[in-house]
Design a protein around this ligand. Sequence first.
Ligand SMILES: [Zn+2]
Length: 270
Amino acid sequence: MKKENKFSKEYICRHVWNILINLAKNHKTAFYENVRDNIFENFGIRYSNQYIGSLLSPIQDHCLENDKPPLTALIINKQKKLPGIGFIAADVSIRQQFEQLKQRIFNYNWDLEDSPFQGYDTTNASVDSYAKQIVNHPDTSKEVWRKVKDRGQCQRIFREGLLLAYEYKCAICGFSFDDSLQAAHIKAYANAEPSEKISIKNGLLLCPNHHALYDKHRFWITREYTVDYDPDVELIGIGDNDCLKKFKGKKITLPKNKELWPDKELLKQH
Ligand SMILES: [Zn+2]
């Protein structure tokens, strides 16, 4: 289910960042629908409200990592007039908390802030070409990582590379909605060696369910590339069976090129 998108996600995030800065300076909030319509007007792309959430999430991460007031709180939903469920930077379950947070965002001097997405290309060109490089020449992943360094862009290259290597399908179940497929690190990015940070051999392309379960060690992949899980784990719902039980002992789907298969040592450490 490969979809072409002319603009890179970072480029659109940069636009959303500017929307948020303007809201903050004018002491205003906006609805998800307003952001959605604004993107449609500027880029001609019709996104869902959920996707707007995924554009806000790197901005939220940036604010959290750099101790800035969480700008993304200014985008609220129509029903509750509060930030959506993706907003985790502060507790806003009580209206008064939200009002205080808003004031903190409004009073901050955003003139001194550079956009965290300044350096990004208009298109996915550089992400795509680096992704192809790490798939076609796996031994150059360290070089690419050194060149790019930026965590967000590294993650995009890693994900694009995994999409190519795993042909747009979850390695466990074959789920293929490409905008929902996720790049899972076998050894966490933070602990990985430079040669492993964006190496396809340190990754798996997974659907959101399998990614969450893998990160929480609810199942693992053996050195024979089969799925296994703790026999004591209780599987109750139909979904539990669909998600785990029926894959027990089954071999995962691997990239065509053996050089891209997950590193057995990393799988064991995980
Ligand atoms: Zn899956």
